[in-house]
Design a protein around this ligand. Structure first.
Ligand code: 5AD
Ligand code: SF4
Length: 453
């Protein structure tokens, strides 16, 4: 190629450091934006002291997530003093929510980019390097980054996330996501399949299909038949029986019998459904705008278990939503017992500006009561997780090896189809990416221990 045909790259070898907060979607987005920046000549570094550009991929889901990031931004002043010309960018949900206010509240910030403007990042960073501010918080109806090949940052080389859709249309009354990530849109299935195939060819053995509500995935082009979520999962699972397929998150209102059928007919679609309940009280579910009842939720769990008795069910729960009484809280505890969750993410309600709850309801459960209820929920879940793990004792599971255990180089760790972590003694030539049959001989509430068969 002639030199004059080479487009100048704005990165020009500058080093990019990325810090990621929040959910798995953000982990996936960081991999996309690193890819975009690398294409413009930036080099990725894991050493913040070397960075010419620091990007912080942020989370707004609860106030404490934002507070943690504010604290971190204050620390960046010392990197700015040490490295002249350093550009600091805030990207993701906090950027979308707070926009120009970020520049006013924290002088260390040079760039603000919302979740749909990552293609603009090289330009925004260049504007900031030239002494200005770079800002783009435009949300899009179409952007899926479908054509971008994410740069894998986790590098266990075994499991990877694939983002299949963006945004959310559900407007649960407590949730800021529809405002920070915009409307729901699905990604072209061809690009999803290509990404999964490439990961498998590179040695990956597990992909997790990601979206805020994967069950409403839908792609329609021209006269071709529409591809919905069960069809998509089936195609990804068809790549190889050696490729495990997981997905998150499922909204209980949209979890279909067809999806359960597809899961049941492919052993490599993992026996694990993350089904956020949020509350066990119909009154709270209505106030939260969840669009299902406790009875509907329990029926969905029963449908999963009828077809797949060994399927793990996990959840998200919120303690102390607006108007929650002791009776509502008791309903949440009773739902937990009734389902017998294998694990759960549990949170105190945090009011988010702009949401329906913040506009029309009162955050009237005191901090002390929220804390007490959350602690009860956590204590109960510990019991349930332990009970779930104890039920596995003596049984044999196929474990996908991820690497060495954190405690000892003589032990390996990996996950069961149910997504439980298993630690077992290293034997022979076993390597990450191998499947090993492991008999469970011990457990805590968080981990299974076993021996390879
Ligand atoms: N306060 C507390 N928890 C929340 N979540 C979402 N919004 C809030 C909020 N305002 C929780 C829900 C959701 C998970 C990702 O975060 O349980 O499923
Ligand atoms: Fe938030 Fe509800 Fe959408 Fe989940 S489904 S991102 S909780 S609005």
């Amino acid at each position: 190629m002639k030199l004059e045909n080479l487009r100048p790259l704005s990165g020009n070898g500058k080093r990019l450091y990325v810090e990621t907060y929040g959910c798995q979607m953000n982990v996936g987005d960081s991999e996309i934006l690193v890819s975009i920046m690398q294409d413009e000549g930036y080099r990725y570094t894991e050493d913040i002291a070397q960075a010419d550009v620091i990007l912080v991929n942020t989370c707004s889901i609860r106030d404490n997530a934002e507070q943690r990031i504010w604290g971190r931004l204050r620390e960046f002043h010392r990197y700015k003093r040490a490295r002249k010309g350093l550009v600091v960018g805030i990207v993701g949900c906090m950027a979308e929510r707070l926009r120009e206010e970020l520049f006013e509240r924290e002088t260390v910030v040079d760039v603000v980019a919302g979740p749909d403007s990552y293609r603009e990042l090289p330009r925004l960073v260049a504007a900031a390097a030239a002494g200005g501010h770079g800002v783009n918080v435009q949300l899009s109806q179409e952007e899926t980054y479908g054509d971008i090949r994410p740069v894998r940052l986790d590098r266990n080389g075994v499991s990877a996330f694939i983002s299949i859709m963006r945004g959310c249309n559900n407007f649960c009354s407590y949730c800021v996501v529809p405002y920070t990530r915009g409307r729901e849109r699905s990604r072209d299935p061809q690009t999803i399949l290509r990404e999964a195939q490439e990961l498998f060819s590179a040695g990956y053995r597990e992909v997790t299909l990601l979206g805020q509500n994967v069950n409403s995935y839908r792609w329609k082009e021209g006269t071709a038949e529409a591809v919905d979520f069960p069809a998509l999962v089936e195609r990804v699972a068809g790549i190889s029986p050696l490729l495990r397929v997981r997905f998150a998150t499922s909204h209980p209102k949209d979890l279909s019998d067809r999806l359960i059928e597809v899961m049941a007919s492919y052993p490599n679609i993992c026996r694990a459904v993350h089904l956020p309940a949020q509350s066990g009280s119909d009154r709270m579910l209505a106030a939260m705008n969840r669009k299902y009842t406790r009875a509907w939720y329990l029926e969905r769990v029963a449908a999963i278990r009828r077809r797949m008795p060994d399927c793990a069910v996990t959840t998200d729960l919120i303690a102390g939503f607006c108007g929650e009484t002791a009776e509502d809280h008791a309903q949440t505890l009773s739902l937990m017992r009734e389902v017998g969750y294998d694990s759960a993410y549990m949170f105190k309600y945090s009011q988010r500006p702009g949401t329906l709850a913040s506009r029309t309801m009162t955050d009237d459960v005191s901090e002390e009561v929220k804390t007490a209820r959350l602690n009860e929920i956590i204590a109960l879940q510990n019991e349930l997780s332990t009970a779930s793990n104890e039920r596995d004792m003596g049984n044999v599971f196929e474990v996908l090896v991820e690497g060495l255990s954190r405690r000892s180089s003589e032990q390996l760790c990996g996950r069961t189809s149910q997504n439980k972590m298993v630690v077992f003694d290293r034997t022979g030539e076993t390597a990450p990416g191998d499947y090993v049959r492991v008999r469970i001989t011990g457990c805590t509430s968080a981990t299974l221990f076993g021996v390879a068969e």
